[in-house]
Design a binder for this molecule. Structure first.
Ligand SMILES: Nc1ncnc2c1ncn2[C@@H]1O[C@H](COP(=O)(O)OP(=O)(O)OP(=O)(O)O)[C@@H](O)[C@H]1O
Length: 693
């Protein structure tokens, strides 16, 4: 696949089909007008001419017999109605501008009776007469005439009726109107449908009975697509779950699949879930970086353990023995001889190993690697029918192209409404860099987004969506993580209200956890908002220092708000919630440092992290500290809705937001909606600054 992706054929074909349908409908409506020609007034006929549908004010000036015995009629402007301006210098009338072209199917009929008011029955008769007209194909157009060939399209010559109908036209004022060209339309449609006849994925027998409808549809869509399919998986909707079934379906269809992800964890996650399905898989990558649970599938381990690895094992032993024999040899000449042997053995070893690796990879229908790893020597010259990229909206576009070059078809799974890959300053055009702190730069602020108009944060997933529209993707719509109330806002605001909470999770509360939890205001409430508005919880600018002591830029913190967070955590823990079921997240490193000082030692197991770092994770209860509270109503990179989306979609049973609604609601319309939503739907609480101190 070249880097500049051409429009995928199915998409092209389906778009063309839609356009053809519209075109055909327009043509049909104009031909309907033709069938009511008797009631078409001269002015309507002129309008039809002006819009390219008709040619009026004609007379039949000549007739001759053309190929196949068909009659070719020459139609010239009626000299009686042609205006002075429309005449040539010698006085011959000209046709004037019109939209009738060679190849158009037209009906030529008598204009007599047009525009006359007649009784209902007579009206119908006139319509019938007019319908009689005669159909033909425009075979030539000129300045002073058009030539229309009559007779059936597709062979058969002239019928008696056609002959008579043409005969009738002599001496009459006639007009020609374009008809819906059914033959041409049908041919074009058939061609487009053939292009759409993707791989005829046929009925799919799903191996996993738990798949929901949107997951099944996404799988069918991906199987049927010829070159590109995007699977859009909002938080907790089972992207990976869906990909596993897709891989199994592809294997059943004897397709060779390369599965990639931006990180080792993302790839291992799939290996782990695929392995129990008894599909032979090979995981490429350094064993030291793989999860222990997937090691047995690693290429390096397989080279030693599989049958194919036997030939390598033998020679390895020979090398070891030779090496040992060096020590026992005194004679220099003998030693040199052994060294020579060793050299040859090592060469042989490398050759055998590379052959073994090659065979192992070649024989496995599912190969897994990170995007980066897919560029390694093991996959050189390997061809795959389908490349699947999980977490594609977390990967840089350039990375995605590593496995894609040479791929026939790609399936990308991701969610472009969560955060894109983190791009440090190295990825940015120096001209675009501002004096702002690092945190504000890694966000998607408009001033940091561009790299001479191109942003590294703009992923392939984004680009394909922008290029081809939503027709190229299918969205998974049932989520298996959040309580219904936690899901509501992100669903309505970002996912067109299409998310549904599965029955298993939609009403789950902390109090229902499988260990003893006390029923409190918090453990029985999925959504809490501690609103710090009023100016008593002001933010503070903080220098952010790197581990090596360098000044990275400024961050923000909010000590009073941190106390609200800490108190909420205290309450959760007092009610029996285990620290490991809780996460405290914040977009600002300054605040994270502060919260860590307050909570890390107090509650071992409690997770503290940045919003960005928590993407892809989940917890039973999540407390979010928004930090920003200032008279200027500045919200910094809280303005990035994908960051807020990540923050608010991490919890399963309880989400607690701490922030200043006054400052935050001024940040963007998204933030305003969110604050309004929380005010109406959350358990709204106002902390007392005096109480906390
Ligand atoms: N059809 C289903 N029926 C029941 N549970 C499901 C179904 N699909 C997914 N799940 C569950 O939903 C959870 C999330 O699934 P998975 O890890 O595949 O989602 P994901 O979209 O890759 O996750 P993330 O949102 O973290 O990217 C898992 O616990 C999985 O078992």
């Amino acid at each position: 696949m070249p880097p500049q992706t051409p429009i995928p054929i199915p998409l092209f074909a389906s778009t063309q089909l839609n356009l053809l349908h519209e075109e055909h409908a327009a043509e049909v409506s104009s031909s309907k007008l033709a069938s009511t020609a008797a009631t078409v007034s001269p002015s309507t006929r002129r309008t039809l001419q002006a819009t390219g549908y008709a040619l009026t004010g004609l007379i039949l000036s000549q007739c001759r017999t053309g190929l196949g015995g068909r009659v070719v009629g020459e139609f010239a402007p009626d000299p009686a109605v042609a205006s002075e301006e429309s005449r040539a210098a010698d006085g011959t009338p000209r046709l004037g501008s019109h939209g009738i072209r060679v190849g158009d199917v037209v009906r030529v009929s008598d204009v007599a009776g047009a525009g006359k008011k007649v009784g209902k029955d007579k009206d119908k008769e006139k319509e019938k007469d007019a319908e009689k007209g005669v159909e033909g194909v425009v075979t030539r157009t000129g300045d002073r005439a058009v030539w229309i060939t009559f007779g059936r399209q597709g062979g058969g010559g002239m019928s008696k009726e056609d002959d008579e109908a043409v005969e009738e036209l002599w001496g009459k004022k006639v007009w020609a109107i374009k008809l819906a060209n059914d033959v041409t339309y049908r041919r074009m449609r058939q061609t487009m449908e053939k292009m759409l006849d993707t791989e005829a994925c046929g009925p799919v027998e799903f191996t996993d009975p738990t798949l929901n409808d949107s997951q099944k549809e996404a799988i069918q869509f991906a199987l049927a697509s010829r070159d590109i399919a995007l699977i859009h998986g909002p938080p907790g909707t089972g992207k990976t779950h869906t990909l596993i079934e897709l891989i199994l379906q592809l294997v059943q269809r004897r397709k060779r699949v390369l599965v990639c992800g931006p990180s080792n964890v993302s790839v291992d996650n799939i290996v782990e879930r695929l392995a129990p399905k008894k599909v032979p898989v090979v995981r490429i990558g350094h064993p030291a970086r793989l999860l222990p649970s997937v090691l047995e599938h690693s290429l390096e381990v397989l080279t030693q353990t599989s049958d194919a690895g036997g030939i390598v094992k033998d020679i390895r032993k020979e090398i070891d023995d030779k090496q040992a024999s060096i020590r026992k040899t005194r004679s220099g000449r003998e030693r040199r001889g052994i060294y020579d042997d060793l050299k040859l053995l090592r060469k042989e070893f490398r050759e055998r190993e590379s052959k073994c690796v090659d065979n192992l990879v070649r024989e496995s229908s599912v190969v897994l690697a990170t995007l980066h790893g897919a560029g390694g020597h093991q996959l050189k010259n390997q061809k795959f029918d389908v490349v699947i990229i999980d977490e594609a909206s977390q990967a840089l576009e350039a990375q995605c192209w590593i496995p894609l070059l040479g791929a026939e078809k790609v399936v990308l799974a991701g969610d472009h409404l969560q955060l894109p890959p983190t791009v440090k300053s190295t990825g940015q055009n120096p001209k675009d860099q501002t004096s702002k702190g690092t945190e504000e730069k890694t966000g998607n602020n408009t001033d940091t987004e561009t790299l001479k108009g191109v942003s590294l944060e703009h992923t392939l997933f984004d680009r394909l969506l922008a290029l081809h529209g939503t027709g190229v993707k299918r969205m998974l719509t049932t989520q298996y993580r959040m309580h219904e109330k936690i899901m509501r806002f992100p669903s309505d605001e970002l996912y067109e209200g299409k998310l549904m909470a599965s029955d298993a999770v939609k009403a789950r509360l902390l109090i229902d956890l499988p260990y003893e939890v006390e029923g409190t205001d918090d453990t029985q409430e999925p959504l809490v908002f501690w609103d710090t508005q009023g100016g008593d919880f002001p933010e503070k600018a903080e220098d952010e220092i790197s581990k090596k002591g360098a000044l990275l830029g400024d961050s923000k913190s909010n000590e009073m708000e941190a106390m609200v967070v800490a108190r909420h955590v205290d309450h959760l823990i007092d009610a029996g919630i285990r620290p490991e079921s809780i996460a405290v997240i914040t977009p600002y490193n300054g605040q994270l440092a502060l919260l860590s000082r307050m909570l890390r030692e107090k509650y071992a197991g409690l997770e503290l992290g940045s919003v960005d770092g928590f993407q892809g994770r989940e917890k039973e209860a999540v407390v979010v500290s928004l930090v920003r509270s200032n008279a200027e109503h500045e919200v910094g990179f809280l303005g990035e809705k994908r960051r807020l989306n990540v923050a608010m979609t991490r919890p399963k049973r309880h989400l607690c937001i701490c922030g200043d609604s006054e400052t935050i609601s001024h940040g963007s319309s998204f933030l305003k909606h969110w604050m309004d939503f929380l005010e109406e739907n959350a358990d709204l609480r106002y902390p007392d600054a005096g109480d906390l101190l």
